[in-house]
Design a protein around this ligand. Structure first.
Ligand code: ATP
Length: 213
């Protein structure tokens, strides 16, 4: 759906997706609906600068699982830009890449409340506000009021355009799935069946895992 300015709206949702879960897919759907996006790109991280990389699952597996999860949805797309980079990838680079692909469109960068809280640790974070609109989804354990205060501050000081989606808490995380698989518990209903089958087939996450930062 075109915006009031007649421009198409493109969502970008970056993550480690180790593995992708229904929380990610619901966030994607909410962003599509609330912001009336035309399409949403899932972008699995190659070499995530904020996470200990040693224990992140091989990029090829994470990419394939994201493809399996996204493919049934007509407005979901998968972008392998970060996976193919050998240098650490930062969101400003990703947004530059999308701007080149979509010179006229409105760009929306989607993230959970925990990422939003840590935004100031991101490389050149202030530039993000002029590169894309932000869509922030509340997360279990996040205080809605402090999210709103933070959004007001970025809007006022950096002219950021931010949509907060606060009416929902999805108590699911990739670490929960890794933990459950490592302790031989089921991940049924936490991720699509195809992803579950892929994990079983490739024997991913079988070792007891520690939560990552
Ligand atoms: P981990 O448990 O390994 O930290 P994760 O579940 O947070 O992983 P990521 O791939 O790191 O998944 O997250 C990608 C993006 O999705 C981040 O912006 C994160 O905040 C958001 N996100 C993931 N799960 C949820 C959730 N349940 N509610 C809201 N946002 C979420």
């Amino acid at each position: 759906m075109a915006s009031e300015t007649g421009k198409r709206k493109i969502g970008i949702f970056g993550g480690t997706f180790d593995p992708i879960h229904y929380g990610h897919l619901i966030i994607g759907q909410l962003a599509l609906e609330v912001c009336k996006l035309d399409e949403l790109y899932f972008v699995p991280a190659g070499n995530p600068p904020h996470k200990v990389t040693d224990d992140v699952t091989e990029t090829i597996h994470r990419l394939r699982m994201v493809r399996l999860a996204a493919s049934p949805h007509s407005q979901f797309r998968v972008c392998d830009y970060e996976i193919n980079r050998t240098n650490p990838s930062y969101t400003v680079h990703l947004l530059n890449y999308f701007r080149k692909q979509f010179p006229e469109e409105e760009l929306y960068f989607v993230m959970g409340a925990d990422s939003f809280r840590e935004l100031e640790l991101w490389y050149h974070y202030k530039e993000l506000f002029s590169m894309a609109r932000l869509v922030v989804i509340n997360r279990e354990g996040s205080d809605t009021l402090s999210l709103e205060e933070r959004a007001i501050h970025y809007k006022k000081d950096f002219k950021a355009v931010i949509t907060l989606i606060t009416g929902i808490h999805l108590d699911v995380s990739s670490s929960m799935l890794r933990q459950r698989i490592g302790s031989q518990q089921s991940i049924k209903h936490l991720t699509p069946k195809d992803v579950e089958h892929y994990i079983n087939e490739k024997q991913l996450y079988q070792k007891q895992v520690k939560n990552r930062a």
